[in-house]
Design a protein around this ligand. Sequence first.
Ligand SMILES: *Cc1c(COP(=O)(O)O)cnc(C)c1O
Length: 368
Amino acid sequence: MKYPFLDVGFTYKSLQAQMDAALHDVMDSGLYIGGPAVARFEAAFADYCGARHCVGVGNGLDALVLALRALEIGPGDEVIVPANTFIATWIAVAQAGATPVPVDADPETMNIDLGAIPGAITERTRAIMPVHLYGAPVPDLPLRALAEEHGLRIIEDAAQAHGARVDNRRAGMLGHVAGFSFYPGKNLGAFGDGGAIVTDDAELAERIRMLGSYGSREKYNHESIGYNSRLDPLQAAMLAVKLGVLEEWNARRREIAATYLDLLAGTPGLRLPATAPGTESVWHLFVVRHPHREALRAALAARGVGTVMHYPIPNHRSGAFSQSHGHLSFPVTDEICETCLSLPIGPHMSIADAREIAALVDDAARNL
Ligand SMILES: *Cc1c(COP(=O)(O)O)cnc(C)c1O
């Protein structure tokens, strides 16, 4: 494949010396759970997001589960989630014991349809979990108004949106608490699993830290049946190095996206992604839609362009949720799942690569 969908190995090759030094520091320290590497990254990531507190956890799913548990959202409670999202958003709510209440997608942005949220609120609703899908943030002001009116929490799933902005506010600061993932393919990715929450609420941050450490704030004292979910210091040390280049890498993603949006504007049959006014996406993914997705995907593979689908099976039709949610209807989400195709995007690509890929996509679409 001349243009693979993703090249996560690039990140090590481009920062090898700094990363090797950071790794050896952790190995030499003799501290392999917690310690200064984790504390340093937590402080740096909080600062980057503009948050008072960051707590490293084991992965992005746990970040969301721990946030829900710390807010005492559980059995009998409902949490509004987008129908169109990676399944982790729904699983987090279900693992906390609450019920995910999906809302269909906006056909333009593919994010949660803000106008449809009020119709999903019941007396059991405790929180809204917006997902900044593909790196495109959900505008927070309409959400804040709803949260205030109905006494709800906003728990952001920011797993795909490190650094994204609404006006001057970063993803992660658009609600009460946010969960991030550092899965290797994410905009800020580790060399394995990792995650974090950010919040301005000191007590909530401490509760999340307690829950992620066997329900313990101090040795021997376990106040709650918690989890073992902590950010590994080796991963934290790597993430601290990568955080230093995140702005640069996100800027490259934006340039690639702008190139695609420009060069693919007239491509027949292709629907391009849109972002909400006042928001700045970090383009974790560049998701186009085409009625003959499989044919386009094959034609691109034949031209050396790797593509992936995010996501082909809607959550309400997955084995995990078909019993509980299979009777519901989300026509926009269904349409996205049937037609979506993610083009290569990432800091490993040059603008020349993006131009070449756009030409290949245009050619493929014209010759289907
Ligand atoms: C990646 C992702 C998660 C989960 O993160 P993990 O680190 O893989 O557990 C949650 N939500 C969304 C939208 C994601 O893309």
